[in-house]
Design a protein around this ligand. Structure first.
Ligand code: KIV
Ligand code: ZN
Length: 383
């Protein structure tokens, strides 16, 4: 039996913090409903105190989401918590996400405070939240650069105060996978009441390690991953939902699983991309336009003979109809014959040789050869 990893989606909160990606409530509602059918366990719908618009979005999302918990972010500030509690009042399963910066840099420069006072504020915020909402997640902002002993102490105290989830954000995306994994293991082994809470990974992608760090986190004992569709988020983004979900699906030996209906990954990615006006890079893992496209002759020949020679994921599993064989000047005869046959030209070996020379001449002058170019090329070959 595989262990379940909860997927906490923060597309509508951390993801929406991307400049130019701001959404209106009705757009957020569409995404929230999509995330709910995708099977995410928690939807972080916004930061209610940050603006009246965000408050309204969290309120409306709480009304329509059927299965997932709906979560609102706060600082460790009573008024933030009051506002979030109000915004979550219609949620079937409300979760309050409160926290404070715990690294030396945050304590000294952001709060001009001391570790003792930060600890006190953290415990107070959790205790106060628990008066209204049972499910309270605590985040130790900049945990990636927080001293492990202090992090363990703060985790123990907030769990005593009632926190159900302990979020360990690598806020600046600084950690290496082994370091982040060791941090999670340290908490598993040194926080004496850790069995009363779930550890959550929240990783940023400043060094391109968000996915690797989250996976190392769950290998080390965390049971929740915070992520966004297409990996959007502050600066270089957050952990990409589709990547972590497919890694866990493809690697049976990890014995970890999620509730995500992976067949909806591509359409969810496209919806978020369109509504946020944020193009998905073509080489993006899982959902990029080239994720299942093959253009070099050697690869094409392999894929045409047996898809698995160059693909580790069945495209249908993520909602892509089929792998594509793209015709370029790097393509070989096998790809040309395959594509020509698809549009009704079953070429003999001799015919193919002739068409192939004509094809290369055309392909060298063009980035890609499309189905509509092929009849012309075949005609010019005079077969
Ligand atoms: O990156 C971060 O530390 C956050 C917290 C507010 C959870 O987004
Ligand atoms: Zn974040």
């Amino acid at each position: 039996m595989k262990d379940k990893i909860k997927i906490f989606d923060t597309t509508l909160r951390d993801g929406e913090q991307v400049p130019g990606c701001k959404l209106e409530t009705k757009e957020k509602l569409k995404i929230a409903e999509k995330l709910d059918s995708l099977g995410v366990d928690i939807i972080e719908a916004g930061f209610p105190v940050s603006s009246p618009g965000d408050f309204k979005s969290v309120l409306e999302i709480s009304k329509v989401v059927k299965n997932a918990s709906v979560c609102g972010l706060t600082r460790a500030v009573k008024n933030d918590i009051d506002v979030a509690v109000d915004a979550l009042k219609y949620a079937k399963k409300p979760r309050l996400h409160t926290g404070i910066g715990t690294s030396r840099s945050h304590i000294l420069h952001k709060f001009n405070s001391t570790p003792e006072k930060i600890l006190e504020r953290a415990v107070e915020a959790v205790k106060y939240s628990k008066k209204f909402i049972e499910d309270v997640e605590f985040y130790a902002e900049d945990a990636g650069r927080t001293d492990n002993d202090f992090l363990a102490l703060i985790c123990e105290k907030v769990i005593d105060a009632g926190a159900t989830v302990i979020n360990i954000p690598d806020t600046t995306g600084y950690c290496l996978p082994y370091e982040y994994g060791e941090k999670i293991s340290f908490l598993v082994n040194n926080v004496k009441n850790i069995d009363k809470a779930i550890i959550s990974c929240h990783c940023h992608n400043d060094l391109g390690l968000a996915t690797a760090n989250s996976i190392q986190g769950v290998i080390s004992g965390a049971r929740q991953i915070e992520c966004t569709i297409n990996g959007i988020g502050e600066r270089a983004g957050n952990t990409s939902l589709e990547e972590v979900v497919m890694i866990l699906k493809q690697h049976d030996e990890l014995s970890l699983d999620t509730n995500i209906n992976t067949k909806l990954l591509l359409e969810t990615s496209q919806m978020v991309s369109e509504l946020m006006g944020m193009v998905v890079q073509p080489n993006k893992a899982i959902v990029g336009a080239n994720a299942f496209a093959h253009s070099s002759g050697i690869h094409q020949d392999g894929v045409i003979k047996k898809r698995e020679t160059y693909e580790i994921i069945d495209p249908n599993d993520v909602g892509v109809n089929e792998s594509s064989i793209v015709l370029t000047a790097r393509s070989g005869r096998a790809a040309l014959a395959y594509r020509a046959k698809n549009i009704g030209f079953d070429l003999t070996k001799i015919q193919l040789d002739k068409v192939y020379s004509q094809f290369l001449e055309f392909a060298d002058k063009n980035k890609e050869v499309t189905d509509s170019d092929l009849p012309n090329i075949i005609q010019l070959a005079k077969i």
